[in-house]
Ligand binder design. Sequence first.
Ligand SMILES: [Zn+2]
Ligand SMILES: [Zn+2]
Length: 255
Amino acid sequence: MQVFEHLGLFFRKRLLPWGQGAAAMLWPRQCLLCGAFPEEGTFLCRRCWQDFSRTTGQDYCRRCGLTVGPYGHLPDGCGRCEGQRILTDGILRVGQYDSVLRDMLLRLKFQERTELADFFGPFLKAVFESRSWGQVDYLVPVPLHWLRRLQRGFNQSYLLAKALKGLEVPICRDLVRVRYTRRQWNLTSAQRRRNVKGAFAVRKRHPFKGASVCLLDDITTSRATLNECARVLKRAGAQKVYALVAAVADTAEFD
Ligand SMILES: [Zn+2]
Ligand SMILES: [Zn+2]
């Protein structure tokens, strides 16, 4: 018994500071979010699971990703995105950017809680496998500018793509961000569009011509980034550009 206690102490004291990630997943003694005891065999406590299920259980529009009620769907989208400029050919999400989902994504990005990407992996995979799009040739994480990646140490979208284990679809990183852009959270939708205009490009020997591509991002708010990526990929010859995101902010602001 004492051996286990020592081992536990060793894990928490020695391993956690090196890599919260692997150690926390091996040793889930606390809820990934609030520190309470997790449900047996899972990484979240009962309350956090309930919040997570609520935000991921809502129905949403497969064109814009916004939450819609049972009568909000239209043949081609929903009442909230009707007539809006959306350049992606479809979107799938894990949930609405709200409550614990929002907490998790903020922690992943700004507190370097990279183990949370692994948590999202199976959910993203399940959502992706429910698609009605048919064949997808490449999974393309929305790129960060190299300077931003240097500041943060990682690209959260690439971590999410890597966490999608067991998919037959290869990850392609031939979409790059060529211009350093301001953080978008406090910008209006028109400013967001200007902010990302010309920010992306494809590498010279990209494989996108005639391909069906799925972008992967952590959050979308105004769809400005997804639209701009889709525009660049389609100009490079991509036939279809879809999007898979962990969360969609519930705002009807389109870019
Ligand atoms: Zn919790
Ligand atoms: Zn819609």
